[in-house]
Ligand binder design. Structure first.
Ligand code: BEZ
Length: 219
């Protein structure tokens, strides 16, 4: 199975979706994209996830990210299922496209196959995979969950916020970081350079090693 991972370019597949036929790179354009697969239409966890994605669409739009859902069912099934999704999550409208993938080729190419889940004919089903893709069409982050575990959309937002901040400044976000909290200065930045890059200042944590590598700042 091809192993699309961080740093790889997403294959420019032509996909059939509820919004028509397009190539993935054209859809991403100059934006970020969140591409997420789900095991199947008319299944409980997936119904909750796709509704929450729709409810969070405005947050992702503010972060410059387009959404693309993927499953192995066909477009007629997706369109029928959208009515259930919208009824379950009040006020949500599924405005993002959902790909059909009846032969499972797209999930294979995007490394979204769950080896433990098969349909009645033995065809592999998608895992709950999610790739965050940058405007350069490269995978910036990936989540990989089994069918039994629904994803946390707040975590997807948090990771997007971290990626965008790290792209703008030479920083990284520490454990359990939330937007607005201090960040750490990247290890490759010397103290001299950090003084120029972060005129607001930074605090170095005094550690037993006396190595000055844990430096917090606000950006
Ligand atoms: C679900 O969405 O609830 C689900 C789908 C496939 C297998 C298990 C759970």
């Amino acid at each position: 199975m091809p192993g699309l991972t961080i740093g790889d370019t997403v294959p420019n597949l032509e996909v059939e979706t509820t919004h028509g036929l397009f190539k993935i790179h054209d859809y991403v354009g100059d934006n970020w994209a969140i591409m997420f697969s789900h095991p199947g239409d008319f299944t409980p966890v997936c119904t909750t996830e796709l509704g929450m994605m729709a409810a969070y669409a405005e947050k992702f739009d503010k972060l410059g990210a387009k959404l693309l859902g993927i499953s192995c069912d066909d477009l007629q099934s997706h369109n029928d299922w959208i009515k259930d999704i919208e009824a379950y999550t009040p006020g949500c409208k599924v405005k993002y496209p959902i790909c059909g993938d009846r032969n499972g080729e797209i999930i294979k190419q995007l490394n979204m196959v769950d080896p433990d889940e098969k349909d009645a004919n033995g065809k592999p089903l998608p895992s709950r995979a999610l790739h965050i893709v940058g405007p350069n069409k490269k995978v910036k982050a990936s989540f990989l969950y089994p069918a039994s575990t629904g994803r946390n959309m707040d975590e997807v937002v948090r990771v997007m916020e971290s990626l965008k901040k790290a792209e703008k400044h030479r920083i990284a976000t520490p454990v359990n970081w939330k937007p607005g909290e201090p960040v750490v200065i990247s290890p490759g930045v010397s103290n001299e350079r950090a003084k120029e890059m972060f005129p607001q200042g930074f605090k170095t944590v005094d550690l037993p090693s006396k190595k000055e590598y844990l430096r917090f700042t606000n950006v």
